[in-house]
Write a protein that binds this ligand. Structure first.
Ligand code: MN
Length: 496
């Protein structure tokens, strides 16, 4: 996906210092862009060119080689719809002390040219990331890489169609919200899709097709037959395969890259009816496998988390440790290692597994159809991670992130679902308290690979509020941030 996108590099200069200076600026820019591309640190290709509009372009990098009077940028910045990164750097690293003269100074004026450009961006309230440092340094390139990944994620978000198979769960507030505003701000298009139409796909899946998929399961997963017995096991795995095929076909035909399910809306009527047609339980195995491939997923109709998970997956493509939809389930009080067990009824993404998942069939007594059903069971990696969510506060969307430390759980032989166990940072008490004060969800999009910098860039690009909870959080300051933000977002529209 990154290969489908480009970032455009725009260099500021002026003719005051003569045509030769402009030729040098052009040469330097080309060399720098080539150097950044060759560094291997930035996943999206940077292209040096002038400004215009292109679908492929997911963001703009600007750099002022010489002094560039910023009023010339006003009309361009008014038109700018793409994410902006302002790179404050210089072609050469050190001043050539023995040779430096006035010509050299005129040509290498980023020191004040970038400040002039920065002023006009601030004056015009242009959202952007400012990266300062030498362009050949890895830590500088890595900041650009973060922004490039997020820019690709934001571009993708504008093409996401999320299908809700069933609505969001009745009476649940946090999974609800304004889908029109969501599309305006973040780009995601969220549609209801009738479960009856999904059933039309389901009934057309042949046994042969399902059997072929079951063969694939056998290769990928450890087959573990427990209390359900062999007959029920294979019947349920077969049904899960059928559900997966049906879901895949709908998503493909509808051009959707995210979806939600609801355990109260599974199609069909009475399961004891001989003509019964419907899912025998929520299609958990399918959701797990589709998440792994990058489909956004939210349980119980949680379209916001489904969309956010999709973007997270896009942002962190190629990273080693994985991401998943997760839910805060059960607390474990243990002094300063108090933690929260993360899981779901079935739907945890195998990307975060430590080992080969086990394909198991067990009873699931939740929802409209309490039945035995298939799922992948595994434990998750340990180490630092970050969870994130978006909530609708009525007048704005708030993105919340929280850093967590994933720790080793004890064996849970009677809980046959995938899970993770984490200590919210800085402590359970402060971390969980801040999350609740911020109005966070019980569902989240979780990653071992990315950092707060990614979510900060995401919020900047989409213009939504961002609050972060981490090892430095204290409740008094956090509450003050939330209060300050109330005022800021009330006034924000008036400023633009
Ligand atoms: Mn849930």
């Amino acid at each position: 996906m990154f290969k489908d996108y480009e970032i455009w590099w725009v260099t500021g200069a002026q003719l005051l210092y003569g045509g030769d200076a402009v030729v040098a600026v052009d040469g330097h820019s080309k060399e720098m862009v080539e150097g950044l591309n060759k560094s291997g640190n930035i996943p999206v290709k940077i292209v040096y060119k002038g400004t215009n509009n292109d679908e492929k372009c997911v963001g703009i990098i600007t750099w002022m080689h010489t002094f560039s009077p910023a009023k010339m940028w006003i009309k361009g910045l008014q038109q700018l719809q793409k994410p902006l990164l302002h790179f404050h750097t210089q072609y050469n690293a050190e001043i050539p002390w023995g040779e430096i003269d006035m010509d050299f100074m005129n040509l290498n004026q980023s020191a004040h040219g970038d400040i002039e450009f920065g002023h006009i961006c601030t004056r015009m309230r242009v959202a952007r990331k400012v990266v300062c440092g030498y362009w050949k340094e890895e830590k500088v390139q890595k900041q650009i890489a973060v922004w490039a990944r997020v820019a690709a994620g934001v571009a993708d978000a504008h093409n996401v169609r999320c299908l809700m198979f069933g609505m969001n769960m009745n009476n649940v507030a946090v999974t609800d919200g304004d889908r029109v505003e969501f599309e305006q701000r973040l780009g995601y298009h969220v549609d209801y899709y009738p479960v009856s139409s999904l059933m039309d796909y389901f009934k057309k899946v042949t046994d042969k097709e399902a059997d072929e998929l079951v063969e694939e399961y056998k290769k990928l997963y450890t087959i573990k037959i427990d209390e359900s017995g062999e007959k029920v096991y294979w019947e349920k795995v077969h049904n899960a395969a059928k559900a997966e095929i049906a879901l895949r076909r709908v998503l493909k035909d509808e051009g959707a890259t995210a979806f939600t399910t609801n355990f109260d809306d599974l199609g069909g009527a009475d399961i004891d009816d001989p003509n019964f047609l419907g899912f025998d339980q929520i299609p958990g195995l399918a959701s797990q496998r589709l998440m792994q491939e990058g489909y956004g997923f939210g349980a119980e109709g949680d379209w916001k988390t489904a969309c956010l998970y999709r973007t997270l997956w896009v942002i962190q493509q190629g990273m080693p440790t994985g991401c998943s939809f997760l839910e805060d389930y059960t607390l474990n009080f243990a002094g300063d290692r108090s933690s929260c067990l993360q899981s779901h009824m079935l739907e945890v993404c195998p990307l975060i597994a430590t080992d080969k998942p086990k394909l198991e069939v067990h009873f699931l007594g939740i929802g409209i159809r309490k039945q035995q059903t298939a799922r992948l069971v595994f434990t998750s990696k340990v180490g630092p991670g970050i969870k994130a969510t978006v909530v609708d506060l009525g007048n704005r969307f708030r993105l919340i992130s929280q850093t967590v430390e994933c720790i080793e759980p004890k064996p849970m032989p009677n809980l046959p679902v995938a899970s993770a166990l984490w200590v919210p940072q800085p402590t359970f008490e402060i971390g969980a308290g801040a999350w609740i004060l911020a109005g966070g969800t019980h569902h989240s999009a979780f990653s071992y690979d990315i950092t707060e910098e990614y979510w900060e860039d995401f919020a900047e690009m989409t213009g939504i509020e961002y609050v972060k909870i981490n090892k430095d959080t204290n409740i008094a300051d956090f509450k003050q941030t939330l209060r300050n933000n109330e005022v800021y977002y009330m006034l924000n529209k008036a400023l633009k």
